[in-house]
Write a protein that binds this ligand. Structure first.
Ligand code: GDP
Ligand code: MG
Length: 174
């Protein structure tokens, strides 16, 4: 018998960092230069054959419009079991915002026993020249991220790996 698991995963970060592009790349294998801000909340479903007896449905929650406030409603966070926190390596301000997103996440959703949901940090647009960043291994340990990846939605870099890392942590909490 195959088991099917459904996981709600949030994709957060400032406007323009590439959240929608990452989801489109991961789920539909496409990329577009054309900037088109999503309106409201959007969903995408990625189905993973995790192992021979487990199918995982990853429900990816995209946000749009509300990014500028750096905080989302509780309804958006409800029952999430993991998050991808995205910044744009070319814009330092989007990295500075990462901790606000992490705080917002941790204040609005927790697992049983009040533990934080696993969050993976994505340094996106790594096909471009990066601004100065601190050591991200240290940053992640200090700030409760389970890991980080240099991603590019444009060049399809490390997105599968980042998602896999997140799912592994989610599975450990099941
Ligand atoms: P969102 O507001 O976080 O959803 O960001 P979008 O996905 O709409 O992306 C904003 C802009 O950045 C668009 O013009 C994308 O084409 C571009 N973009 C997204 N990811 C990448 C990437 O990995 N590399 C480059 N060079 N551009 C990207
Ligand atoms: Mg978007």
């Amino acid at each position: 018998m195959q088991q099917e698991l459904l996981f709600k995963v949030l994709v957060v970060g400032d406007l323009g960092v590439g959240k929608t592009s990452i989801i489109k790349r991961y789920v539909h294998q496409i990329f577009s230069q054309h900037y088109r801000a999503t309106i409201g909340v959007d969903f995408a479903l990625k189905v993973l054959q995790w192992d021979s007896d487990t199918v995982i449905r990853l429900q990816l929650w995209d946000i749009a419009g509300q990014e500028r406030y750096g905080n989302m409603t509780r309804v958006y966070y409800r029952e999430a079991v993991g998050a991808l926190v995205v910044f744009d390596v070319t814009r330092a301000s989007t990295f500075e915002a990462v901790l606000r997103w992490k705080d917002d996440l941790d204040s609005k959703v927790t697992l049983n026993h009040g533990r934080p949901v696993p969050a993976v940090l994505l340094a996106n647009k790594s096909d471009q020249i990066s601004c100065q960043l601190p050591k991200l291994d240290f940053f992640c340990r200090e700030n409760g991220f389970v890991g980080w990846f240099e991603t590019s939605a444009k060049e399809n870099r490390n997105i599968d790996e980042a998602a896999r890392c997140l799912v592994e942590h989610i599975m450990n909490n099941e």
